[in-house]
Design a protein around this ligand. Structure first.
Ligand code: Q46
Ligand code: ZN
Length: 298
C-alpha cells in the first residue's frame, strides 16, 4: 500500500483491515455494540466484506438484499443472490431480509425506469430511489438503529469529484461517513469510506469471500466510472491523492465550509407510505406507481 507506505502479509493484513474498520466506526461515532445494524448487501465484494468484518468484530449485523430484477443477459440479480446464499452457508445464524421488487411492486427496476423515463436514459435514478426507500422501510419496520452500506473510498471520491465539478454545495454538505437519523429516517453509515477499492478486494480475496465480479450492467458508460478512471490516473502518478482529497474535504466540511447548506429541510410524512418527504403530498417513490409527474426528490 504505497499510499500508507505499508506492506503486510496476509495474516496481518486481515488484522489491519479489521482494526481500521473499527477505528472508522469509532472515529465517526457510527454505532456501538448495542445498536442493531442493517447491512445493505448486493453480493459484491464491498458489502459482503463489510458484513463479514462487522460480524467478526462482534456487532449485531443483519443483511438486507433487494432483488432489483436486473438481468442484463448475465442474470446479474440472480447471481448476486447466489453469492449471498453462499456467504450465509458459513454463517447460518445470521439473518437476511430479502425484498423482491418484482413480487412487491409488480415490475423490475429496469421496467419501472423504462415506463417512468419513457425509454430515455439509464435506470439508475429510479433504481437509487427504490433502493433508498426500501432500505429505509425495512430499517424502520424491523427497528434497526443504523443502515450500513459498503461504499469505499473510490466510490466516495468519484462522487466528491462530481459534486465539486458541478459545485453542488447541497450534496457536498450531505456527503459524509455518517448521516444522522431524523424522524422516520434511519441513520446511514459508510464504515469502508477510507478504504481504497483494491484494499477491500484484497480483504475479500484473502478472507475467501466469494463475491460477484461483474458490476451491474448499467454501470458501463456511466459518468461515475469515467471519474473513477480519471482518479486512478491521478493516484498512479501521485499515490495517496484520493485519500488526501477525501480527508481534506471531510476536514473542511467539519470546519464549517458548508454549514449554511447543512440547514435541514423540513420533512413531511408521505400520506401513502408514511416515509418522510421534503414536499407535502406523496413522496417520489409513491409517485412512481401512479401517473403524477415526478418533480421533487425524497
Ligand atoms: S443504480 Fe444503476 Fe446501480 Fe441500480 S441500475 Fe445498476 S448501476 S444497481 S449502484
Ligand atoms: Zn410514499
Amino acid at each position: 500500500m504505497r499510499h500508507h507506505k505499508l506492506a503486510l502479509c496476509e495474516e496481518h493484513y486481515l488484522e489491519w483491515f479489521q482494526n481500521q474498520t473499527e477505528r472508522a466506526i469509532r472515529k465517526y461515532r457510527m454505532f456501538g455494540r448495542d445498536d442493531r445494524v442493517l447491512v445493505a448487501v448486493s453480493g459484491g465484494k464491498d458489502s459482503l466484506s463489510l458484513w463479514d468484518v462487522l460480524l467478526r468484530l462482534g456487532y449485531q449485523a443483519d443483511g438486507l438484499y433487494i432483488n432489483l430484477g436486473i438481468d442484463g443477459g448475465l442474470g446479474y440479480s440472480a447471481l448476486s443472490f447466489q453469492k449471498i446464499e453462499t456467504f450465509l452457508t458459513d454463517r447460518p445464524e445470521t439473518r437476511l431480509h430479502v425484498v423482491d421488487v418484482v413480487a412487491e411492486y409488480g415490475e423490475s427496476v429496469p421496467q419501472t425506469a423504462r415506463r417512468k423515463l419513457r425509454g430515455r436514459g439509464k435506470p439508475c435514478s429510479v433504481c437509487g430511489l427504490i433502493k433508498r426507500h426500501e432500505m429505509n422501510r425495512i430499517a424502520q419496520e424491523h427497528g434497526y438503529d443504523v443502515l450500513a452500506t459498503g461504499h469505499n473510498l473510490d466510490d466516495e471520491v468519484a462522487v466528491l469529484l462530481s459534486n465539486v465539478l458541478h459545485w453542488q454545495v447541497g450534496y457536498l454538505a450531505r456527503q459524509a461517513p455518517v448521516l444522522q437519523e431524523r424522524e422516520g429516517l434511519a441513520r446511514k453509515v459508510k464504515p469502508f469510506c477510507r478504504f481504497y477499492e483494491r484494499e477491500v478486494a484484497a480483504y475479500a480475496l484473502i478472507q475467501g469471500i466469494d463475491y460477484i465480479y461483474d458490476e451491474c450492467p448499467y454501470v458501463e458508460g456511466s459518468t461515475t466510472l469515467f471519474y473513477k478512471g480519471l482518479l486512478n490516473r491521478l493516484e498512479a502518478n501521485s499515490p495517496g491523492s484520493k485519500l488526501q482529497f477525501y480527508l481534506s474535504f471531510l476536514r473542511a466540511r467539519k470546519d464549517g465550509l458548508f454549514s449554511e447548506q447543512m440547514e435541514q429541510v423540513e420533512l413531511h410524512p408521505c400520506p401513502v407510505c408514511g416515509q418522510p418527504t421534503s414536499v407535502p403530498g406523496p413522496c417520489a417513490f409513491c409517485r412512481l406507481w401512479n401517473q403524477q409527474p415526478a418533480t421533487s426528490n425524497q
